[in-house]
Design a protein around this ligand. Structure first.
Ligand code: AMP
Ligand code: ZN
Length: 467
């Protein structure tokens, strides 16, 4: 597989540190609010990256943190009159609701800053001991200019970064570019004991500390949105490499922005929709489909039209899958016909093209193109009187791709009770028709309609769907 490495700005062949294993880390949300649609982009994309590695047989260890102590959380806690821990706990729970509804699997580990204080403090101490950090008035700062590669990820020398950065002027610092590793406690803020007095960690240090603890000194892939490259990821590199004396990350992967009216969707600009609000209009799964319909590094514009297109495309997939599922139960008995075997023999070609697309820096847009070609071909191939075995083989092939993309995860007949009731009414209707009691058959059809169930008579039997 080739991935675009933001560090080298090239597509590179992915070679894991340990053969057959991938260790990846993704910077997770600061939990003070509901996530917005822009935040959902990295969450969905890197869930697919992880799924793809697993599909290719890798054992993946995926860490995604929660920043659960931070200025914004503290502000929110004060506004709501509750503790920072309560704010964080609430929005972690809300995060999982959205993530699960978007078909995002839990990471292998979701470390929290507040549960890793010892590791964080140890790392700050190591940087102080090596002369990369200094204490000043209870704060601890990183001596940015001492780290000679600073700016390597942004491809800009420190002077240029300095000119462009919003530097917070602070008397405590030796140099304006220095950044906080540890912040002395202020009244009313959560604080932990440390060698520098009571305080709390800066934002950047938690990712260095937690990735070190859970993935080791060097990881395969570190990912996040492109806005994290500077300063967050530059700072992570400076911290980890200065402390450990070795390379921090082999491949950096950054997603492009989700825009609205061609401007980055962001909380601070106020031009955002929470995932929850967008899902109330379009549904969760269309949001996922929409994200995967473009290459992850391209900008992507959020609009009513694109979400509606995603809804329609997804509906086509569900209709095809439901049809195949029905035929795999109600099709003809017997082994594959010669024509069916010929279709099944084409599957490897689709598989190869799907993998080629995903191997090309996770080109989900092209992979979805291959999926739709497959769906069109099997839709045609099951017209007429397919065997059960053939319909099942087609369904398995479609599912192989949708499982990698994390699509078709809503069990449409999740309601087992409803399914049993519908099947019973359909059987009653068949019996009524057989007895030429058409009035009763029509009455049952109406009863089903009133339940929101549409039925269709097909050569293979009665099909039904919720409308
Ligand atoms: P934040 O809550 O702003 O720290 O963002 C959490 C994650 O979402 C980070 O990986 C960001 O890079 C990413 N992110 C935030 N806004 C957008 C956006 N409009 N498009 C794509 N990714 C975003
Ligand atoms: Zn991070």
């Amino acid at each position: 597989m080739k991935v675009f490495n933001s560090m080298t700005r090239k597509k590179e062949e992915f070679v894991p540190i340990t053969p057959g294993e991938v260790k990846m880390y993704c910077c997770g949300p600061t939990v003070y609010n509901f996530i917005h649609v822009g935040n959902a982009r990295p969450i969905i994309i890197f869930d697919v990256l992880r799924r793809y590695f697993e599909y290719r047989g890798y054992k993946v260890t995926f860490a995604q943190n929660f920043t659960d102590v931070d200025d914004k959380i503290i502000r929110r806690a004060n506004e709501e009159g509750i503790s920072s821990a309560e704010v964080a706990e609430k929005y972690i729970e809300e995060y999982f609701k959205d993530a699960h509804a978007l078909g995002v699997r839990n990471a292998t580990i979701h470390p929290k800053a507040t549960e890793n204080m010892d590791t964080i403090i140890e790392l700050v101490q190591a940087l102080v001991d090596k002369g990369y950090a200094y204490e000043s008035g209870g704060d601890v700062y990183y001596r940015t200019k001492k780290f000679s590669h600073y700016g390597c990820l942004s491809h800009q020398p420190l002077e240029e970064l300095e000119a462009g950065a919003r530097i917070d002027v602070n008397e405590q610092k030796e140099d304006p570019m220095d950044f906080a590793l540890w912040k002395a406690a202020k009244p009313g803020e959560p604080a932990w004991d440390s060698p520098w007095g009571q305080g709390r960690p800066g934002w950047h240090i938690e990712c260095s500390a937690m990735s070190n603890r859970y993935l080791g000194k060097t990881m395969d892939i570190h990912c996040g949105g492109q806005d994290l490259q500077f300063p967050h990821h530059e700072n992570e590199i400076a911290q980890s490499e200065a402390a450990n004396g070795c390379k921090f990350v082999n491949y950096w992967m950054h997603n492009g922005f989700l825009n609205i009216d061609n401007k980055k969707m962001s909380k601070s600009e106020g031009n955002f929709f929470t995932v929850r609000d967008a899902a109330a209009v379009y549904g969760y799964e269309p949001i996922r489909f929409f994200m995967l319909s473009a290459h992850y590094r391209s900008p992507l514009n959020y609009s009513k039209e694109s979400l509606e297109q995603a809804q329609a495309a997804l509906q086509r997939l569900y209709t095809a899958a439901e049809n195949l599922e029905f035929l795999s139960k109600n099709g003809r008995e017997g082994g594959l016909t010669a024509d069916e075997t010929a279709v099944v023999n084409t599957f490897d070609g689709y598989r190869q093209r799907f993998d080629e697309a995903m191997d090309d820096d996770l080109n989900t847009a092209d992979a979805i193109g291959v999926l739709f070609e497959l769906v069109r071909a099997v839709n045609t191939a099951v017209e007429g009187a397919p065997t059960k075995e053939f319909a099942a083989a087609c369904l398995a092939m479609v599912k192989e791709f949708t499982d990698v993309l994390g699509l078709l995860y809503q069990k449409q007949e999740a309601d087992g009770e409803l399914e049993a009731k519908v099947e019973a009414l359909i059987a009653d209707r068949a019996a009524a028709k057989k007895a030429k009691n058409y009035t009763e058959a029509d009455r049952i059809r109406d009863e089903l309609k009133a339940m929101g169930i549409e039925i269709m008579d097909t050569p293979q039997g009665v099909k039904w769907k919720k409308v």
